[in-house]
Write a protein that binds this ligand. Structure first.
Ligand SMILES: [Zn+2]
Ligand SMILES: [Zn+2]
Length: 198
């Protein structure tokens, strides 16, 4: 009887120990889950921040896209002017092939040279004052410089100064084509001048 009692109390002790361990485990787990919840919350906040950042970047891109469109419009206008010049050159060539009025021809050439100078102004690097080589165009002001004339556009626009915040710049390949065309037209004008001066 006594030994049975002893055994029982022994068992009781073991159970109590087990229960204590279980309690500890449950406590640890709830601590863990609190920590996990905290981490999840932090992650959620970070995700929100990232989403906001992404939204801002998308807006910036949208603005840049709009500005690029405006500059493309400028380029198109330039091209329109050049097309006009081309037409004038063509009509002058026609006149030259059947010369009647030399006065009229020299006047037209003068007119052509004037238009050409105006266009040249638009296509010159404001830093080195020559035809732009490998044009780089600044957003938002739209001024263009040679790739090599880095002082013209590096930290601030040479023409606009520090008050203008440079948002972006891009290699303006369309200007390359336009400049090549203008150079050809200039050659034509010079040829015609020589012909009429003979
Ligand atoms: Zn230059
Ligand atoms: Zn500028």
């Amino acid at each position: 009887m006594l030994s049975l009692k002893l055994q029982l109390s022994e068992l009781q002790k073991i159970k109590e120990k087990d229960i204590g361990q279980l309690r500890q485990k449950i406590e640890d787990q709830s601590k863990n889950s609190i920590e996990l919840n905290g981490q999840l919350e932090k992650l959620g906040q970070k995700q929100q921040e990232l989403q906001q950042l992404l939204q801002e970047k998308i807006q910036q891109m949208e603005q840049l896209r709009n500005q690029k469109q405006l500059l493309d419009q400028q380029n198109e206008n330039n091209q329109f002017e050049i097309n006009n010049l081309n037409k004038q050159v063509q009509s002058l060539k026609d006149q030259l092939s059947k010369p009647k009025n030399t006065k009229q021809i020299t006047d037209t050439i003068l007119q052509l040279e004037k238009t050409d100078k105006d266009i040249q102004k638009n296509l010159s690097c404001t830093f080195c004052n020559k035809f732009i080589k490998q044009p780089v165009t600044i957003i938002p002001c739209g001024h263009s410089y040679c790739f090599e004339c880095k002082k013209g556009y590096n930290k601030e626009c040479f023409k606009c100064g520090p008050k203008l915040k440079i948002e972006a710049m891009y290699r303006n390949e369309l200007l390359d084509d336009i400049i090549a065309m203008v150079k050809l037209i200039e050659q034509s004008i010079n040829c015609m001048k020589q012909v009429t001066q003979k």
